[in-house]
Design a protein around this ligand. Structure first.
Ligand SMILES: [Cu+2]
Length: 331
């Protein structure tokens, strides 16, 4: 009985080996076919994209109740231009404005007290004082120079042209929502405001939360283009130091490099009709690997990946017949 089973087992193994030997060339062809179409396979096996959770006080306004001081100034900045501009505001403009205001107020109070009719009944007849005229011309000129240097630097930085390999994102303003086109990736996203309940459920601020965010990679140059389909809108995200008009029939362009991952909120900033206040902007900056997953989840392709896939298909097309010939030869 045991011996019979052992012989049967040997027979089964032999049979399987024979079947495998016959099937092997076909399997090899099937294997090649799988290699030829990596794009479809990647799309099937793509990990699902996880949206980022917004962080309190990052990329969004701060309420007076939670932090009165922070609620009255600029949002924290997450681009190099924004950090530079905020530094200029905090350390040059505000101190200069404050000192000049206090100085002028002091002069006014001094004049009111020292030269009123009672204290100074006989007015001076002085009309010229060369020394004082030189001082009040030269000092304001120097102050303007001190402001002009960082100011023109900032202006020039904001006009910097994106490099040739920058990722293009085109924000299109519509009455009353935003569309984001990714011509390099063959992706288009339509972004509408969430209503109050939906925003509450997603743990976001109402009138800033949207259904589909503008997802971009972090730390790489983005060629941010803005235009509009109907009336003038403006694409503005305060924490990214970004505000650019979206004008029908025109394509405005500015480089955007975001420092760190996060969700950054903004709003349309050009009166565009009755729902102008209800077309918020949400920019989601993620590491490049995450961005690639997002592009795949939107049915798009990375520019490099497409070329690779094309070459793979061409190579596969050349190899496939030779394999078939090899398989047919023994038969
Ligand atoms: Cu608008």
């Amino acid at each position: 009985m045991v011996q019979a089973f052992a012989r049967m087992k040997f027979g089964i193994v032999a049979l399987m080996a024979a079947v495998f030997a016959l099937a092997a060339p076909q399997m090899a062809i099937a294997q090649d076919a799988a290699d030829v179409a990596p794009v479809e396979e990647a799309a099937d096996a793509a990990p699902t994209y996880q949206s980022l959770e917004p962080v309190e006080d990052k990329g969004m306004p701060t309420s007076f109740e939670s932090n009165p001081w922070k609620s009255m100034t600029f949002q924290d900045q997450y681009t190099a231009d924004g950090e530079y501009a905020l530094w200029m505001h905090d350390w040059i403009l505000m101190p200069v404005i404050t000192l000049i205001s206090l100085f002028v107020l002091g002069l006014l109070l001094y004049v009111v007290v020292r030269f009123n009719r009672k204290a100074n009944p006989v007015a001076s007849k002085t009309t010229h004082n060369t020394a004082i005229e030189v001082i009040w011309t030269v000092i304001p000129a120097l102050i303007l120079v001190v402001i002009a240097v960082p100011s023109i630097t900032l202006l020039a930085r904001q006009y910097e042209t994106p490099p040739a390999d920058a990722i293009t994102v085109k924000a299109v303003g519509y009455q009353w929502y935003w569309g984001y086109e990714y011509p390099d990736h063959d992706v288009e996203v339509i972004s509408n405001m969430l209503d109050a309940n939906e925003a509450l459920n997603s743990g976001e601020t109402h009138q800033l939360a949207v259904d589909n965010r503008m997802v971009v990679p972090v730390g790489v140059p983005i060629r941010m283009q803005t235009t509009a389909a109907d009336v003038i809108h403006a694409f503005a995200v305060p924490s990214l130091w970004f505000k650019q008009d979206a004008v029908p029939g025109r394509l405005n362009e500015r480089m955007l490099v975001i420092d760190e991952p996060g969700v950054y909120y903004g709003q349309c900033s050009e009166l565009c009709g009755s729902l102008h206040g209800y077309m918020p902007i949400a920019v989601e900056a993620v590491p490049m690997e995450q961005f690639e997953i997002w592009v795949a989840s939107q049915g798009g392709t990375m520019p490099g990946a497409e070329e690779l896939a094309d070459t793979a298909v061409e190579e596969g097309a050349e190899e496939a017949p030779s394999d078939e010939e090899a398989a047919q030869e023994p038969a």
